[in-house]
Design a protein around this ligand. Structure first.
Ligand code: ZN
Length: 213
């Protein structure tokens, strides 16, 4: 939703829902871990009534610990934590799980994928950032496709169903390659909101013939 009109977030979420999206991806930024600021639990709670879709929280904050419980109370269905943001990541992962919420770990473009290894057995999702987080509308980093392949191989070595999500500059120019590389959840912002009348076709275009739902 980072690319949406924040003055009418509720109706924007309704439109994305009607257009056929599977999840609503909500970027929570604190102005510290990333330079930008967006919104937090009170806004997310007020958005809950606009869609029954899975609320996927991408938490880009310096101290995620204090936000877990409020985010889940606000209606989060999954929370993805940045590997670079916490010194006690394992504890925060455990806290998310203790609330019965799905949990993911995000890695920035500069972070090596093997750093996720210690956390994998507990994860539902790994988020490969294909831009440096902080702002919408950035260009996709092409090396991300190979990184998704490497993450996919790492996950194959663990006996668990783990989604591979890609976030940043995703469009029909890279979606097919990402899906072939092993991505199972594509986050799209600017690509969907650049032509709102075509949002439904844009979502179909991202799915391609992948059978991804
Ligand atoms: Zn995001």
């Amino acid at each position: 939703m980072l690319a949406s009109d924040f003055s009418k977030l509720g109706s924007e979420i309704t439109e994305v829902t009607k257009a056929g999206a599977d999840w609503i991806h909500l970027d929570v930024m604190d102005g510290q871990f990333v330079p930008n600021l967006t919104f937090g639990p009170p806004v997310i709670a007020s958005l809950r009534k606009y869609s029954n879709l899975h609320f996927d929280i991408h938490l880009m904050t310096k101290n995620p610990d204090d936000l877990i419980s409020p985010l889940i109370d606000a209606g989060a269905d999954s929370i993805t934590l940045h590997l670079e943001a916490s010194t006690n990541l394992q504890d925060v992962i455990s806290e998310v799980i203790s609330h019965g919420c799905k949990v993911g770990v995000a890695i920035n473009p500069a972070t090596h994928e093997e750093e996720i290894l210690p956390f994998l057995p507990e994860l539902d999702l790994v988020l490969v950032m294909s831009v440096v987080p902080g702002y919408g509308g950035q260009s996709f980093i092409p090396d991300s496709i190979d990184k998704v392949k490497r993450v996919s191989r790492i996950i194959d070595g663990v006996n668990k169903d783990i989604e591979i999500q890609v976030d940043g500059g995703v469009s029909t120019e890279n979606s097919q390659a990402l899906i072939e590389a092993g991505a199972t959840v594509l986050v799209a912002g600017s690509f969907l909101f650049s032509d709102k009348d075509e949002m439904s076709n844009s979502i179909l275009g991202l799915r391609g013939n992948s059978g991804l739902v």
